[in-house]
Design a protein around this ligand. Structure first.
Ligand code: OFO
Length: 166
């Protein structure tokens, strides 16, 4: 594996780990605020990001590269509102998408079609996650400051996600 690709994949391991910890902090915040549905949503997201990280760790090892397990900064753990929480979710996903696109670009440049092929799974995954984040944020923008709207959003989020993923 070309060193530049190996470095980028190690960076990506860090970004997926950061997303996992960020979503865990968001789940915990929502839990403490009494938003059980939102908390479950982010606990699940956190697990998914950990799986994305693991997939990369295994891939780099399989290809004979050297994996670096990163140290991480403390994630943001307080939010002004559910809107701010989901804004952070969208920003995090947009950032990850940009990094994945950078890897794809480098793979094509280095003619590393194997890694390019592997990374296509992440491209599809990011499309879905960004769409979910935007849809939920749109709903919260409609709700505005309405407390009963927050209540319904929290109650309905799991049903919404299941329907969206079908
Ligand atoms: Fe949604 O961040 Fe992983 O890929």
């Amino acid at each position: 594996m070309h060193t530049s690709i190996e470095n980028l994949l190690n960076d990506q391991i860090k970004y997926e780990a950061m997303a996992s910890m960020q979503y865990l902090a968001m789940a915990s915040w929502a839990d403490a605020e009494g938003y059980g549905g939102v908390a479950n949503f982010f606990y699940t997201q956190s697990e998914e990001e950990r799986e994305h990280m693991l997939k990369l760790v295994k891939f780099v090892n399989e290809r004979g590269g050297k994996v670096i397990i990163p140290s991480l900064e403390q994630p943001k753990d307080s939010f002004d509102s559910l809107g701010a929480l989901f804004q952070k979710f969208l920003e995090s996903e947009v950032f990850v998408t940009e990094q994945i696109n950078t890897i794809i670009g480098a793979c094509l440049q280095e003619k590393d079609y194997n890694t390019n092929n592997f990374m296509q799974w992440y491209v599809t995954e990011q499309l879905e996650e960004e769409a979910t984040a935007r849809t939920l944020l749109d709903k919260l923008n409609i709700i505005g400051d309405d407390k009963s709207g927050y209540y319904h959003f929290d109650r309905d989020i799991e049903t919404f996600i299941q329907a969206h993923e079908r």
